[in-house]
Design a protein around this ligand. Structure first.
Ligand SMILES: O=C(CO)COP(=O)(O)O
Length: 255
């Protein structure tokens, strides 16, 4: 496959800087320099600097979990793109369903962040996904299309290869319930065809679409075998060096 698999760990609100550094050290030891899989870890903001030092010189890349789309100034509690670049973050998770649900983030706000991250040399991981109610009401494809196109409003074709999409069905996050490979593939294929309609086939083929939602070593092989699943955005299973390494190993095999 021409797209490089991406395994990204979203640590959410877990791990102190010291615990994060320990975990990062173990992951960095597992990831080789000529790795066929791109590996990203996304600690909390307070752990970014320390984790960054630990993975320096390794093939593991750093991601943040959020940013505020302003250069600097009176935005108490927020973190700028420049600050993320200063700790050598390469990726930033945006529009996660937890941020949409608990912090009221809208498609328009997520879109501002996506554009701001691209303007500031950070690769956005744009998260989209339907709730259980929406799936049961047969709205899955429509909801994902709205969040996808809303998040990408005004993003140029040239910037698209830097964008990663993460399909994370809300009902599968942290619940132990995983979408079947076929369910996930259906949505991933629909996402890719929306990208093709907006940006053309060649661009759509380059964009990586990750699956997220209770992905773990036991189900990774069959998910990663699907044509349009290019990796995973992992929560719970990314908090343990063994399970995260096993996920990287699955992606190596799937390559
Ligand atoms: O939300 C997720 C990653 O962003 C997925 O979380 P879990 O892997 O814990 O279900």
């Amino acid at each position: 496959m021409s797209r490089k698999y991406l395994i990204a760990g979203n640590w959410k609100m877990n791990k102190t800087p010291a615990d994060g550094a320990d975990l990062a050290k173990e992951i960095a030891a597992f990831v080789t320099k000529d790795e066929s899989v791109e590996v990203v870890i996304c600690p909390t903001a307070v752990a970014l600097d320390r984790v960054s030092s630990v993975i320096e010189g390794s093939a593991v890349k750093l991601g943040a979990q959020n940013l505020y789309p302003k250069a600097s100034g009176a935005y108490t509690g927020e973190i700028s793109a420049e600050m993320l670049r200063a700790v050598f973050a390469k990726y930033v998770v945006l529009g996660h369903s937890e941020r949409r649900e608990y912090f009221g983030e809208t498609d328009a706000f997520v879109n501002e962040k996506v554009k701001f991250s691209l303007e500031n040399n950070l690769n956005p991981i744009l998260c989209i996904g339907e709730t259980l109610e929406q799936r049961e009401a047969d709205e899955t494809l429509e909801v994902n299309k709205t969040q996808l196109l809303g998040g990408l409003e005004g993003v140029s074709e040239e910037d698209m290869p830097k964008v990663v999409i993460a399909y994370e069905p809300v009902w599968a996050i942290g619940t132990g319930k995983t979408a079947t490979p076929e369910m996930a593939q259906e949505v991933h294929a629909a996402i890719r065809s929306e990208l093709a309609a907006k940006y053309g086939e060649a661009v759509a083929e380059k964009v990586r679409i990750l699956y997220g939602g209770s992905m773990k070593p036991a189900n990774a092989d069959e998910l990663l075998a699907m044509k349009d699943i290019d990796g995973g955005l992992i929560g719970g299973a990314a908090l343990d060096a063994k399970s995260f390494s096993d996920l990287i190993a699955s992606a190596r095999k799937a390559d």
